[in-house]
Write a protein that binds this ligand. Structure first.
Ligand code: MGD
Ligand code: MGD
Ligand code: MO
Length: 782
């Protein structure tokens, strides 16, 4: 474990958001440069500063990495960048120490006689290649026996390369990212409403807005720098009003003018209630609705069934609070909304997220300063997984059901159209694991994700990954819980050790450059994929290598050609451009010099049948709309208003399991803690798992603060210490960060939240439902 860091300013564990720099509406957010360096190192000691951006959330905070004696010794925010104006959050200030951790993987591991043993690249790669070839040529299997499960934490260049390998090299439909657990619903909601993925809004909307509504988004903990920007507006002379929708009293809720704390899983009813009031009070823009949308009559009909009293009853909230929120949202001049996991991982995820888009469409709150929807991303590079088609879509936001789009790719890659699987939607992650369980997927290559802690129903996931019939490749920095179950472990370089680009939640692209060499024989993920393609000898129709690039810049150029003319057009970028300009928002077509602040300024949406990324689905039950049905009602550039009725969650509290169980995050840790658990300050700030319990429930069960509790349901049990307060009655909150790599578990498996979560997903986005299950609670037996 790395030594501890010195404070260069105030203690950012105690005060995560630092000092305020208040500003007023329409002003530029003031600069404040945050720095953190290793103990004893001063800025004068630093040999060089290497530009990068944050890889521990989706905010895309620009920073420079401090290098001394060829080692990373700290970070400093970039004051000139549009995203953070110099600020960094606690995870970024301290998390870099994980790079230097003594337990990094430095050599490939292969399983021999049941044990993982150190090996070399030739042995490890040949083992993978031999297995792939054998499966592809086996008449009982073929390319579909191979699956890839990747990440929202690699770089654009790596996803694009992996996508081409999977789709045009191997020809398997089984490629998805952990973005399925993360922002599949964001993508689906954007596609369903606007025709294509792509964030309409911009972080600069915070500077101009009058009202900010956060739907299931604990931004104070999860995008700390975006919250700093909001806090600075709140402390300025023209503070925006704030609405928070979250069953917990989070730091966001504490600052909110209106806090709605619905029962978990009732978001859609709440949203329909807001729409009911907006429509009944004529708080919408009839001309915009007529000229630029389709579906209003249907939406109005659905919303009419959700009067405040009924919604209050379903959601367990006060009808007056709901009406106040509706009036604020319905009458404000500028509205900025954000949506995240409280919606995306809850019951009726897509249907609820789409209603946020509907509010903005009804009120014409798009495409001008201060007005925007941020269907947020979570992971740093999730946007690129989606753009590059490593997420179960086709690259460049292309529509797998549109033969012309598939032809474009075939031409670009110079392969036959039939090589690219497109006779159905690409396989979603939960289905890939199901196919591994049933034995039809026989090789699963997992990169930059730790499903043995992050997927639901972990006992089942361990069984699948541990099955001898399944050949598992794990590509990671550390011996994670997943790596422990793998047949081959590939040691990867990470942030700071490789070059590439990535795109944050408001479409801002950054270039992150290599600062130091990776440890030992660890290699950049791009190099690993390129090496695999060469060993497999993938060729195009003219006999040329399928992957004709060997470095990040070459991969970036190949991607640029793929993005040309699409909504995410990157043709105006280059590494040189990014070095000079810093963070810049796509689309940036060739020849343009400034990024695109907001989409849909011209009120034209990419919904035309020839253009759209999807023909859409029923947002409630997931039934796809057929191409002919879509074409028959081609919206021709108008946005779609889609409605859905509330249904009860699959699991509701009962006598045996009286609590709703929700899961999520703490400010100090990132996911399965492979990085933040190795940063001493962050680990010390949140060393072990806890469960949040309402004070009334604690009183009834005679539970005291800090007491060890047992959370039980039909799937498993988890032990966690009580943290009493700040959650609505009848609800338990468990952070999902705590797996087993740093505890002596002896197969006890009793602390990961996902021991308890169900194998269940949203029918439209296929995103797992991590936030609507049930449990019983009792004091742990001694
Ligand atoms: N510190 C930190 N920051 C991170 C990450 C991290 O691990 N740690 N991860 C990054 C990633 S990948 C992601 S996806 C984002 C996630 O960022 P967030 O979505 O902000 O984080 P979560 O804690 O998962 O969930 C947000 C809130 O949803 C609420 N919630 C639960 N159920 C419901 C419900 O039914 N309805 C409503 N309205 N709310 C509900 C929870 O109480 C919680 O406060 O954070 C990113 N940033
Ligand atoms: N119960 C519950 N479960 C959840 C959630 C929840 O709210 N509740 N949230 C879900 C969400 S939104 C997400 S995003 C997922 C996250 O789940 P995971 O993706 O499984 O979590 P991470 O710990 O980020 O795993 C990333 C892995 O990639 C490795 N890594 C980092 N950088 C690199 C790199 O450059 N190359 C390679 N090869 N490896 C690298 C890290 O060491 C780590 O092991 O969890 C999901 N699971
Ligand atoms: Mo995520």
């Amino acid at each position: 474990m790395a030594g501890s860091t010195t404070r260069t300013a105030i203690d950012r564990i105690e005060r995560p958001w630092g000092d305020r720099t208040p500003y007023t509406r329409g002003e530029r957010w003031p600069t404040r440069v945050d720095t953190q360096l290793a103990g004893g190192v001063t800025e004068a000691d630093v040999d060089r500063w290497v530009p990068a951006a944050s890889l521990l959330h989706s905010n895309g905070d620009a920073m420079d990495i401090a290098v001394k004696d060829e080692t990373i010794v700290g970070v400093r925010g970039r004051g000139a960048d549009r995203v953070n104006a110099g600020r960094l959050g606690p995870k970024d200030l301290y998390g870099w120490q994980a790079n230097n951790s003594a337990d990094r993987l430095t050599r490939p591991l292969v399983r021999r006689g049941g044990e993982l043993v150190e090996s070399d690249w030739d042995t490890a790669m040949d083992a993978i290649v031999d297995r792939c070839r054998a499966l592809i040529s086996d008449p009982d299997h073929g390319p579909e026996a191979i699956g890839f499960y990747t990440s929202g934490q690699l770089y654009l260049e790596e996803y694009y390369t992996l996508g081409v390998i999977a789709r045009a090299g191997i020809g398997t439909p089984h490629l998805d990212g952990n973005t399925r657990l993360c922002t599949a619903t964001a993508a689906e909601a954007l596609k369903e409403s606007f025709g294509s993925d792509g964030q309409p809004g911009s972080y600069s909307d915070v500077d101009h807005t009058d009202t900010i509504a956060l739907f299931g988004h604990n931004v104070a903990a999860t995008q700390t720098v975006l919250w700093m920007r909001i806090l600075d507006r709140l402390d300025g002379p023209t503070p925006p009003r704030l609405i928070c929708v979250d069953p917990r009293r989070t730091a966001v809720a504490e600052r909110a003018d209106i806090h709605l704390a619905p029962r978990p899983g009732t978001n859609l009813a709440l949203m329909n209630g807001l729409l009911h009031e907006i429509i009944r009070n004529h708080w919408y823009e009839p001309d915009f609705v007529t000229d630029h949308t389709v579906g209003f009559a249907d939406l109005a009909r659905t919303a009419a069934d959700y009067p405040p009293a009924r919604v209050a009853d379903i959601c367990g909230i006060d009808a007056g609070d709901l009406m106040d929120a509706a009036e604020l949202i319905g009458t404000t001049d500028r509205l900025l909304s954000t949506v995240l996991q409280g919606f995306y991982q809850s019951h009726q995820a897509t249907a609820a997220a789409v209603q946020v888009n509907n509010i903005h469409l009804l009120r014409a709150m798009l495409g001008r300063p201060g007005c925007g929807v941020l269907q947020m991303n979570g992971q740093p590079t999730a946007q690129n997984t989606r753009e590059c088609g490593a997420n179960g879509d086709l690259p460049g936001f292309r529509n797998w059901a549109n033969e012309d789009h598939v032809h474009e790719l075939a031409e670009l890659w110079d392969v036959s159209v039939d090589r690219i699987p497109h006779d159905g939607p690409p396989t979603h992650a939960m289905e890939i694991f199901r196919l591994a369980e049933t034995g039809s997927v026989r090789l699963l290559w997992i990169s930059a994700t730790n499903p043995a802690v992050s997927l639901p129903e972990l006992a089942r996931i361990r069984d699948i990954l541990g099955d001898e019939e399944l050949f598992v490749v794990a590509q990671d920095l550390f011996r994670t819980e997943t790596a422990e179950l793998a047949d081959v472990v590939l040691p990867a370089a990470t942030w700071g050790e490789k070059t590439g680009t990535f795109t944050n939640a408001d479409r801002t692209v950054h270039l992150a450059e290599k600062a130091v060499d990776p440890p030992g024989a660890a290699r950049a993920d791009l190099d690993i994929f390129v090496d695999f393609a060469a060993r497999m000898d993938f060729r195009d129709q003219h006999g040329r290598p399928l992957i004709r690039w060997a470095d990040p810049e070459g991969a970036f150029r190949a991607w640029q050609r793929c993005s040309a003319g699409r909504p995410c057009d990157y043709t105006g970028f280059s590494y040189e451009f990014l070095r000079a300009a810093g963070g810049t928002q796509w689309p940036l077509p060739a020849g343009s010099s400034a990024g695109t602040e907001r989409l849909y300024v011209d009120r034209r949406f990419p919904t035309d049948a020839d253009e759209c990324e999807t023909f859409g689905k029923d947002i409630a039950d997931g039934t796809p709309v057929s191409p002919s049905d879509y074409r028959a009602r081609d919206p021709h550039g108008r946005a779609l208003l889609k409605a859905a009725t509330y249904s009860q969650p699959r699991e509701v509290p009962s006598e045996a399991y009286p609590f709703s169980l929700i899961t999520g995050r703490t400010l100090y840790h990132f996911h399965t803690r492979t990085k933040t658990g190795r940063a001493p300050e962050l680990q010390a700030a949140a060393p072990e798992v806890w469960v949040q319990v309402n004070p009334d429930d604690a009183r009834t069960l005679e539970i005291e603060e800090g007491q060890m509790l047992e959370i039980i349901n039909t799937r498993s049990r988890v032990h966690a210490r009580a943290r009493i307060g700040d959650v609505r009655p009848g609800v338990l909150f468990l952070p999902f960060h705590y797996g087993y790599w740093d505890v002596d578990d002896s197969a006890g498996h009793d602390r990961a939240a996902n021991e308890l979560t169900p194998t269940d997903w949203d029918p439209a986005s296929k995103q797992p439902i991590f936030k609507t299950s049930v449990a019983a609670l009792r004091k742990a037996p001694r």
